[in-house]
Write a protein that binds this ligand. Structure first.
Ligand code: DQA
Length: 144
């Protein structure tokens, strides 16, 4: 069984982008952490990052039949994308929404998430480790 690990805009710059907020761990590191944690639970991962909203939506559609769960950090599309919300509503498996930072402790324009109503769980403010926690939550969910 395969899990989708989907990252949205600007997350390709992790490690160099505002490290005081997002930390110094790169996306490649995070994807490796996800792969390792998933393997311990007998899961494979498909990792994908895009700066384009439509590509993220296509990835969710493609994953509908080929994956059993998803971890998604949609970056700023979290706060703007009704289309991504709708795509996630078409995805009939557990979805864990992840944010490195805690958007609720930041600017008010980050307080609303279009994704949360479609998510099984939300992990925010735990930095890169949040992806590991998300994978553990997903693995437990899938066992149940
Ligand atoms: C983020 C939080 C968003 O508000 C922001 O636009 C991001 C990253 C996070 O991981 O903390 O790009 O999703």
């Amino acid at each position: 069984p395969t899990v989708l690990v989907l990252n949205g805009p600007n997350l390709n710059l992790l490690g160099v982008r505002e490290p005081e907020i997002y930390g110094r761990t790169t996306l490649a590191d995070i994807e490796e952490m996800c792969t390792r944690t998933a393997a311990e639970a007998g899961l494979s991962v498909r990792c994908l990052q895009s700066n384009h909203e439509g590509d993220l939506i296509d990835a969710v559609h493609e994953a509908r039949e080929t994956t059993v769960g998803a971890i998604i950090n949609a970056g700023a599309y979290t706060h703007t994308s009704l289309a991504l919300h709708d795509a996630l509503k078409s995805y009939d498996h557990p979805i864990i929404e992840v944010h490195l930072s805690n958007p609720h402790a930041r600017e008010s324009f980050r307080h609303h998430s279009f994704l949360s109503p479609a998510a099984t769980a939300v992990v925010a403010g735990a930095g890169a480790k949040g992806y590991v926690h998300a994978m553990e939550i997903l693995a437990e969910d899938l066992d149940a």
